[in-house]
Design a binder for this molecule. Structure first.
Ligand code: PLP
Length: 392
């Protein structure tokens, strides 16, 4: 049994990460999280002790089979689905290209796909390419000024030609959360599939695909202390209808595996299993959610007046990912100032959230920073002090 730390004990959790021992404050988890040593150890151990392919009669191959089964069970528990509804792949974007193409095999010219203006392009480009090839129509659901989704616009844009409503559950740029249950139920009322990009959300809150009513959901463990990998859920009834793109001798059962192409990265699946055990051991999202909220609230309560937050001004309806502008200072300068002082934040243009970028209309002024459970109040305070300093 894993020991439950609870989240008063962030220090104990941090001791499990070599990367966190240098004192550098990694406030860049939205771009990819740090990874506890035990995950790296599990990957290395698998390469040492279980380098084989599935299906042979000897020990290392048997071990690989166990790793895959265990990974399916862990992913199912993480997502709230059944193990045969899990599909592994290299990352969210690749899985999304593959699954959208599979879903679209029977779409007809003029069929419509709705995406949201909050989305990362990994959730949009696959539909645009499918639309290009099959003469479909892709429409964006609008946002309100505070970056929340305009559900009335969604309702207006749904029609009998809508085949898919695809959306990011949380924005990787501004942190805004979408009411996934509401969107899924509106999609279903119109006879469309509900298709969730949970890459950003998955690091910050528990997922239950059955509760929200998703047909497809995809996330990436490298955002929540795991290896570079993609994990998808596909509802059994939906997957059974689809014709997979697969090599003919590859297995067709369990169901999800028929959508996995080629040999899986078994060592990364072993790392993923250890990631899930790590998250359990620190108390899971029951511990993580209130702790991260506390970090976000502390940040919002203490930033000085020269720092503007894009999007929602409080912690309600968001995860602790912030896009900020320090008045009169370029993002590149802010990020460099922080890097020189041992704080990792990002200056980029769009964070791949192209429609949001166009909508917010900033040029070089937006810095993204994000808190995750291994960050500390001390790191938040250092950040706030340096944001204040760089603005003066
Ligand atoms: C919200 C969101 N969707 C999709 C992606 C793409 O994920 P991946 O890198 O696994 O393809 C990202 C990556 O940052 C993301 O934040």
């Amino acid at each position: 049994m894993a020991q439950v730390l609870g989240f008063g004990d962030v220090t104990a959790a941090r001791e499990r990460f070599s990367s966190l021992q240098s004192g550098f404050a990694f406030l860049d988890a939205p771009g990819g999280s740090q990874v506890p040593d035990e995950v790296g150890d599990a990957i290395a151990r698998t390469l040492r002790e279980a380098s084989a392919n599935m299906g042979a009669l000897y020990e290392t191959s048997r071990r690989v089979g166990e790793i895959v089964l265990e990974a399916e069970v862990n992913a199912a528990r993480f997502l709230g689905c059944r193990p045969h509804e899990v599909i592994f792949g290299p990352n969210m974007t690749s899985l999304n290209f593959m699954l959208s193409r599979t879903a679209g095999r029977d779409f007809a010219p003029g069929d419509e796909i709705l995406v949201s203006s909050l989305d990362h392009d990994g959730g949009v480009a696959p539909w645009l390419e499918l639309a290009h090839d099959k003469d479909l129509v892709v429409k964006h659901v609008e946002l309100h000024d505070d970056t929340t989704l305009d559900y009335d616009d969604l309702r207006r844009k749904l029609c009998e030609r809508t085949r898919v409503v695809a959306f990011a559950w949380a924005s990787n740029a501004v942190g805004t959360i979408v009411d996934a249950q509401r969107v899924c139920s509106l999609a279903h009322e119109a006879g469309a599939l509900a298709w969730i990009d949970a890459v950003h959300y998955a690091a910050h809150a528990p997922i239950d695909v059955a509760e929200v009513g998703a047909d497809v959901l995809i996330c990436s463990p490298y955002k929540f202390c795991g290896p570079h990998l993609g994990v998808a859920y596909g509802n059994e009834r939906v997957l059974e209808r689809w014709r997979p793109y697969k090599a003919r001798p590859a297995p067709t059962t369990p169901l999800g595996r028929r959508f996995e192409t080629g040999t899986l990265p078994y060592e990364l699946l072993a790392g993923f299993n250890t990631t899930i055990a790590y998250l359990d051991s620190i108390g899971g999202f029951e511990a993580i959610v209130p702790y991260e909220r506390e970090l976000g609230e502390r940040f919002l309560a203490t930033i000085s007046g020269n720092v503007t937050i894009y999007g929602l001004p409080g912690m309600e309806g968001r995860v602790p990912t912030f896009l900020v502008n320090v008045d009169g200072v370029s993002a590149a300068h802010v990020a460099q100032h922080m890097a020189d002082r041992g704080i990792g934040v990002w200056a980029h243009d769009s964070w791949y959230s192209l429609d949001l970028y166009r909508r917010l209309g900033y040029e070089d002024q937006a810095v993204r920073l994000g808190f995750i459970h291994y960050n500390t109040t001390d790191e938040v305070d250092r950040l706030v002090a340096e944001l204040d300093a760089v603005g003066r």
